[in-house]
Design a protein around this ligand. Structure first.
Ligand code: PMP
Length: 390
């Protein structure tokens, strides 16, 4: 217990203690913290396309709940393999231009399950230094040798391949198409080109890109035209699609392999029917209403313009995720608190979620944000940054 006490005290002192903040969703992106009367606009949600509140998504979710019950009752390989899972997987496979797809309980389970199924002892995994914790945990679980390359540095990756590839049996490279805490993009075209010279399997996590990029909303893989070079396209339903869960899209053979080998798929209850219904409706909207993502992109561009206008960012990056670097964790917390006084709810992201000394406010823009909100947010952000550095 001494260790626990010390851990909590040390983290509180360093500004890195994590704690829960219960809130009530008021609708259209507004929230209220349980212990306060203030209405706050949420800038930390990944419901980018505002689909969690979309009437068609809610209606489909209710319909599936009533038709199929609250829970799937069992894992897919037991009696939880409701037909609706296959409808969802067919839709995902079509969207991602792959032969087949498989759903998982969530993105964390997908990454840990897929990675540990694909490689093991005697194999090599190479991943970006800023990869998500679920990718790292998949590497650990697999028992393969894991090596990190400098963030988005393809020359470094190539050097590692040159030095190490021949010492291992199989090699898996895992990247994110949009990095969750930095909002920047992986140079997928360059990465895929390396496949001609080094023999490896490529897995891309499209958690923050699914529904948002590409002509059909399939993601960055589609936008960059690299579907065929990506062996496993993974993504989540809990962000752009507004529901919960995750997928892997790949060849039929690879999906059959995952059904037999991915332990987080095999030993876990199938997605609840209401979630499957919501996700199917969200996918339908992504397909039939490209204006949803166009609207988001317009809002992102507007916010970036406001940031520049307020002297905040020369390069706000290429996506709907915009980190504002603070560095020190205590300062980042103070800034988040300051913004909260002005109805802006943004979380300070601190180590170990991000590297030491790179605490930040991570703004994610959603379709709930109106132009006047974005304008106000940029102004308050500039004022708060001024206060902190004064
Ligand atoms: N991959 C990335 C890149 C993520 O950002 C996240 C969620 N933060 C996950 C995987 C995990 O997804 P889920 O929340 O569905 O477990």
């Amino acid at each position: 217990m001494e260790r626990v006490k010390k851990f909590l005290a040390d983290n509180a002192k360093a500004g890195t203690l994590r704690s829960l903040t219960p809130l009530i969703r008021l609708g259209r992106g507004w929230v209220r913290l349980l212990d306060s009367e203030d209405r706050l606009l949420d800038f930390s949600s990944n419901d980018y396309l505002a689909l969690a509140e979309h009437p068609e998504v809610i209606a489909a979710s209710k319909k599936y709940l009533e038709m199929f019950g609250a829970g799937a009752g069992a894992a897919r390989l037991m009696s939880g393999d409701l037909e609706i899972n296959h409808l969802l997987e067919e839709e995902i496979a079509r969207l991602k231009s792959k032969e087949a797809a498989l759903t998982f309980g969530c993105g964390y389970l997908a990454n840990t399950g897929i990675i540990s199924a694909m490689v093991g002892r005697g194999d090599l995994i190479i991943t970006d230094r800023l990869s998500h914790a679920s990718i790292y945990d998949g590497c650990l679980l697999s028992g393969a040798r894991a090596i990190r390359f400098r963030h988005n540095d393809m020359a470094h990756l190539e050097q590692i391949l040159q030095e190490k590839r021949s010492q291992f049996n199989r090699c898996l490279i895992v990247v994110e198409s949009i990095y969750s805490m930095d909002g920047d993009r992986c140079p997928l075209l360059q990465l895929v080109e390396l496949k001609d010279r080094f023999n490896f399997l490529l897995m891309v996590d499209e958690a923050h890109a699914t529904g948002i990029y590409g002509e059909n909303g399939a993601g960055i893989i589609e936008e960059d035209g690299v579907s065929q070079g990506v062996d496993i396209a993974m993504g989540t339903f809990g962000k752009g699609l507004g529901s919960y869960g995750a997928y892997a899209a790949a060849s039929r053979e690879l999906v059959d392999f995952l059904i037999n080998k991915a332990r987080t798929f095999i030993y876990s209850t199938a997605l609840p029917p209401a979630v499957v219904g919501a996700t199917l409706a969200a996918l339908y909207l992504v397909k039939s209403e490209p204006q949803l993502r166009e609207d988001l992109h317009a809002k992102v561009a507007f916010f970036k313009k406001q940031l520049r206008k307020n002297g905040l960012k020369d390069d706000p990056g290429p996506s709907q995720i915009i980190p504002v670097m603070v560095g020190d964790s205590v300062k980042a917390l103070a800034m988040a608190e300051e913004l909260q006084k002005n109805q802006i709810y943004v979380k300070a992201v601190r180590p170990p979620t991000v590297p030491e000394g790179s605490a930040r406010l991570r703004f994610s823009i959603t379709r709930y944000h109106q132009e006047e909100d974005l304008k106000r947010c940029a102004q308050h952000l500039a004022a708060a940054l001024g206060k902190i550095s004064a």
